[in-house]
Design a protein around this ligand. Structure first.
Ligand SMILES: *[C@@H]1O[C@H](CO)[C@@H](O)[C@H](O)[C@H]1NC(C)=O
Length: 172
């Protein structure tokens, strides 16, 4: 039964919302969301961290050693969000499903809370190994010089900034 439910759940998500980010799109979205830099870490470093965590697949789910992890930043369903099945601290006060849809806004807000809580990137072991400032140039080099693709969200925000509650996106 559990398998069937999971299969149905993924079918629902896949048919409606699957998305694999292009690194450049994510780079500019995170920049727009106030993460370039945020707590000393640059947008390309966050993109790198997401890439090594999920290959930028918004539907990415993994359960390692009993910890369910969600979305491009693989946020823990025991600590940061509520998946309805586990007891969770739910520090980002949100459903884990919100980390699997094609909007990166909730993910980014929660990542900010994670980074703020530790003041470093230790929540992502891949960061130290692969995403130091020296090695992340390649994550935005290709995005400069007019190659940037704008996502729907990004264009919407740029065309009509008032359409979105900017203060919600970029907490002070
Ligand atoms: C958590 O989210 C719910 C619903 O989105 C909201 O009503 C509530 O005020 C939030 N709680 C906190 C502590 O932010």
């Amino acid at each position: 039964m559990k398998t069937v439910c999971l299969a149905l759940f993924y079918l629902f998500v896949v048919t409606n919302k699957a998305k694999v980010f292009h690194a450049c799109d994510l780079y500019y979205e995170l920049k727009l969301l106030g993460m370039d830099p945020f707590k000393g870490f640059y947008s390309e470093q966050y993109v790198c961290t997401a890439d090594y965590s999920s290959r930028l697949d918004t539907l990415y789910y993994e359960n390692t050693r009993g910890i369910p992890r969600y979305g491009i930043f693989q946020l823990s369903g025991l600590e940061w969000c509520d998946n309805g099945r586990h007891k969770s601290q739910n520090k980002c006060n949100t459903s884990c499903d919100n980390f699997l849809d094609d909007s990166v806004i909730d993910d980014a807000l929660c990542v900010k809370m994670v980074v703020e809580s530790t003041m470093d990137m230790s929540a992502w072991p891949v960061f130290k190994k692969y995403c130091t400032k020296e090695v992340t140039f390649r994550y935005f080099r290709g995005c400069l010089f007019g190659k940037a693709r704008q996502t729907r969200q990004l264009s919407k925000l740029m065309m009509n900034p008032a359409a979105e509650d900017r203060s919600k996106l970029v907490p002070s």
